[in-house]
Design a protein around this ligand. Structure first.
Ligand code: HEM
Length: 459
C-alpha cells in the first residue's frame, strides 16, 4: 500500500468519472460499444478513469505502470474477489485462476512442475503431431478444393486437439472433444453477460442462461468421465491429468479430491482453449492481409526446417514466427482485461483508490499505449526485435498477465503458436477472400465475429 500519510491520502480525489446516464451510468455505452467505448473514454479522461455501471463502479487503468503496481508491486492489495470473480467461480469452482491467498499458493506450487521446461520439451512432439493430423484432415482439403476456408474455426480445432492431447492424453475421445468444444464456445460467449447479470435474482430471466447451464453440465460430465478413466488406468501417463492425479499435499499426503480435480481440469481447459485459438486466428488474419509477412514466414521456415517437422530445438531460431505471435497477442490480447478488487486504500497516479474498489486493467488499451509503443495500431512484428525492444517498459506487453499470477500456460502457448505458423508456412499459401471483412467481437475474449475466411493453396 502507498507510503503516503493517511491524512494526505484521504484528501486526494477519485479518478475522473466518465459521464453517463442517470441510474445506469456508462453501462449502455459499454454494452453497445465495449472496447471502442473504453478507447474513447481514455482519449477524453486519460489513462485512469472511473466507470459508473449503475449497480457498481469500476476504476479502469490503461498504462504499463498500472500493471506494474497492481500485478507486481502492490499485488497483495489487488485480489481476485468481488462479484466478477464470484461469477467466474460459478463455473471454475476452486480452480487455480480464481483462487486466492494460501490455497492458491499451495495449488500453484503443486501444479507448476507440470509446466516445467522439461515437460514442455516432451510435449513439443505431441503438439507437432496434433497439428499435422488436423492439417491433413481439414486444411489439405481446403487447399486442394480452392474453396473459401474459415481458418479461425480450423485453428480452433488445432489448438483444441493440442490441448486435449496435452491435458488428457488419449483419455478423451474425439467425439467428446468436439462436444466439449461446442459447449466451451457457448460458455465463453455467454460468460460476459453472465458476469454483468450475476447479481440479479434467479427469477429474472436472462436470455441464454439455460443453454449456459446445459453447456457447463456437458463439460462437467465429460471431464469427470475422463478423470474416472485416468484413475482406473494411471499408466496412460504422460499428460497433465495423470500428473494431477499423482499429486499429493506435501504436508498431509492427501490426494486431490474429484471435485478439485474437476475444477483444475476445467480451469486449464478453459484458460488454454479459446485464448490460444483466438490469438492464432488474428495471426492468420494478418498473414492473409500481408503477403510480405507471409513470404518472410516461408523464408524462415525453409531456412530453419526445410521439409521436416519443427521440434523444440528449432523454436529458438523461429524468431520471426514468434514475433508474429507476440504482435498478434499485443494488438488483440485474447484476455483483454484483468479485474481485481482492492483490499485497502491505495494511491495511483495521485488519485485515491478506496478499499473494496473494483479495478480493471484493460490490456487492449495498455498494449496500444503511445507511451510504450510507436504507431501502436499497426501490425509490425519487428517491433519485438531486441534492438527495437530496448528501453520499453517491462509491463508494456502483458497478454499473459504479470507477477506471481502470470499465466501458467504462457510457455506452452508461445511454443504452440510458432509451431503452427512455421508448419503452415512450409506447406500452404494464404489469400484473403475478397469482400469478407473481419470484424472484432468482444465477449469473454475478443475474436473475429464471423470467422476469418481465406483461400489456401499448396506451395
Ligand atoms: C494465448 C494463450 C493464453 C493467454 C493470452 C492467456 C492469458 C492468461 C492471463 C491474462 C492470465 C492471468 C489472469 C489474471 O491474472 O487475472 C492467465 C492465467 C492462467 N492461465 Fe493462461 N493464457 C493462455 C494460455 C493458457 C494455457 C494454454 C493454459 C493451460 C494449459 C493456461 C492456464 C492458465 C491458468 C491455470 C491461469 C491461472 C494462473 C494463476 O492464477 O496462478 N493459459 N492466462
Amino acid at each position: 500500500m502507498s507510503n503516503t500519510p493517511a491524512l494526505k491520502q484521504s484528501a486526494l480525489s477519485l479518478p475522473p468519472k466518465v459521464k453517463g446516464y442517470p441510474l445506469v451510468g456508462a453501462l449502455p455505452g459499454l454494452l453497445s460499444k465495449r472496447l471502442d467505448f473504453l478507447e474513447a473514454a481514455q482519449k477524453q479522461y486519460g489513462d485512469i478513469f472511473t466507470l459508473d455501471l449503475g449497480f457498481s463502479e469500476i476504476v479502469v487503468m490503461c498504462h504499463p505502470r498500472h500493471a506494474q503496481r497492481v500485478l507486481i508491486d502492490h499485488m497483495k492489495n489487488y485480489v481476485k474477489e468481488g462479484p466478477i470473480w464470484d461469477s467466474f467461480r460459478t463455473f471454475l469452482g476452486d480452480g487455480l485462476p480464481v483462487r486466492e491467498g494460501e490455497p492458491w499458493r499451495k495449488q500453484r506450487r503443486m501444479m507448476q512442475p507440470a509446466f516445467h521446461h522439461q515437460k514442455l520439451v516432451m510435449l513439443t512432439e505431441k503438439m507437432a503431431e496434433s497439428i499435422d493430423k488436423c492439417f491433413e484432415e481439414d486444411w489439405e482439403k481446403a487447399a486442394n478444393s480452392g474453396e473459401p476456408f474459415d481458418i479461425a474455426k480450423a485453428v480452433t480445432r488445432v489448438t483444441m486437439n493440442v490441448l486435449v492431447r496435452s491435458l488428457f492424453g488419449s483419455g478423451m475421445e474425439q467425439g467428446e472433444a468436439d462436444r466439449v468444444s461446442v459447449a466451451l464456445a457457448y460458455v465463453f460467449d455467454f460468460m460476459m453477460l453472465g458476469i454483468m447479470t450475476h447479481s440479479l435474482p434467479e427469477w429474472i430471466p436472462v436470455p441464454g442462461k439455460a443453454r449456459y447451464k446445459e453447456s457447463i453440465q456437458i463439460i462437467d460430465e465429460t471431464v469427470m468421465r475422463v478423470i474416472e478413466r485416468g484413475r482406473k488406468d494411471p499408466t496412460v501417463g504422460d499428460n497433465l491429468l495423470s500428473l494431477l492425479l499423482q499429486m499429493s499435499d506435501p504436508e498431509t499426503g492427501e490426494k486431490m479430491s474429484d471435485e478439485l480435480l474437476r475444477d483444475e481440469a476445467v480451469s486449464l481447459f478453459c484458460a488454454g482453449y479459446e485464448t490460444t485459438a483466438v490469438s492464432m486466428s488474428w495471426a492468420f488474419h494478418f498473414m492473409a492481409q500481408n503477403p510480405e509477412l507471409a513470404q518472410r514466414l516461408e523464408t524462415e521456415a525453409d531456412a530453419v526446417l526445410g521439409q521436416r517437422a519443427p521440434g523444440f530445438n528449432d523454436l529458438q531460431q523461429l524468431t520471426y514466427s514468434r514475433n508474429v505471435v507476440l504482435e498478434a497477442l499485443r494488438l488483440y490480447p485474447p484476455s483483454y482485461w484483468m479485474p481485481r478488487q482492492t483490499v485497502a486504500e491505495d494511491e495511483v497516479d495521485g488519485y485515491r483508490i478506496p478499499p473494496n474498489t473494483m479495478v480493471a486493467i484493460i490490456l487492449h488499451l495498455l498494449h496500444r499505449n503511445e507511451d510504450a509503443w510507436t504507431d501502436p495500431n499497426t501490425f509490425d512484428p519487428d517491433r519485438f526485435t531486441p534492438e527495437r525492444s530496448v528501453g520499453r517498459h517491462k509491463q508494456a506487453w502483458v497478454p499473459f498477465g504479470a507477477g506471481q499470477r502470470q499465466c501458467i500456460g504462457k510457455e506452452f502457448s508461445l511454443m504452440e503458436g510458432p509451431l503452427i505458423l512455421s508448419r503452415f508456412a512450409q506447406r500452404y499459401r494464404i489469400k484473403p477472400v475478397p469482400g469478407r471483412v473481419v470484424e472484432r467481437h468482444v465477449s469473454t475474449t475478443q475474436h473475429a465475429k464471423d470467422g476469418v475466411w481465406v483461400y489456401l493453396s499448396k506451395r
